[in-house]
Write a protein that binds this ligand. Sequence first.
Ligand SMILES: [Zn+2]
Length: 334
Amino acid sequence: MILSKLNFCSLAFASLFLLFTTSAALAEVVVSSVAPRQGQVIEVTVKEPSGSAEPGSAGVQPASESSSAQAGSAGSSPSSKPGAAAVSPASRSSSTSACPPDAAPHVVNFNDCSYRLFPSGKDANGLLSLRALIGIPADLKPGKYKLVYGADAVDIAVKDGKFPLQYLRLPPGKDNFLMSPGEKEAVEGAKATCSNQRLWRGVFLAPSKFRTSAAFGLKRVVNGKLLNDYFHSGLDFAAPMGSTISACAAGKVVLAKTGFRLHGNIVGIDHGQGVISFYLHMSKIAVKNGDEVKAGQKIGAVGQTGRATGPHLHFSIYVNQVATNPREWFNRSF
Ligand SMILES: [Zn+2]
């Protein structure tokens, strides 16, 4: 199932290639921030000239089972992905394609990863626009990077996220990131979901009404030792056992599993266009794979399953497999 989702995106790329090469010279590229902080999301909008064929229409076709071999070859892209190597294993796995749909022409490139552009309507002048959301990894070294679209390049200066340190004491047996068989694959597979439709609208809702206890991006000192290559990939809510967890935005459930050693009982919701939210350590799950959910709909209850020392909700939002700061999604409409 995961492979066929990747195929879907690869197929879309293949069929968009022609249009891109003929119209890129006239396109206009707008970036929401050229000086983002680590963990922030930047929005890249590309305006295609009026009169060109609908950019998205050609690619919207279901993937066929037989195309898995093509997806494999698309995965062996020319990109060497130095950025991906710098990303914490906790937030991004090397077992799946480190970049979202790889190496297709109708994309923007940032830090050697390719990001798919999705059609996002026309402006008042009839210009077609395409959009990509790029999450700046929390552990991407601050400094200068290039964002590239065809022949155009924009300088991006990544700023330090200034994430604080958190001191934790964990009992023996819990001071590790061990996972159940198949756990990593299931979570990484859900993260890699890339569906065409944007299912959300407006700002995201907090999934719990209780206070937050650990911010996104924290570096951790566990039992006196700084964890290298680690940052807190989500936002923790200090919510009592059994309290309601609700969907942060409309979407489709792509993961609903119990019993994972690290994540505990977990739900993953695909909001479309590479945006996935996760809810961890749940005591109860009230949805199943494939369910469509509305913003604010109850999806389960807070617990302390998996690696948790007390009841809380760990909530994360991935954008094209990069963990982003959930606070930004509560305050800003993408
Ligand atoms: Zn957490």
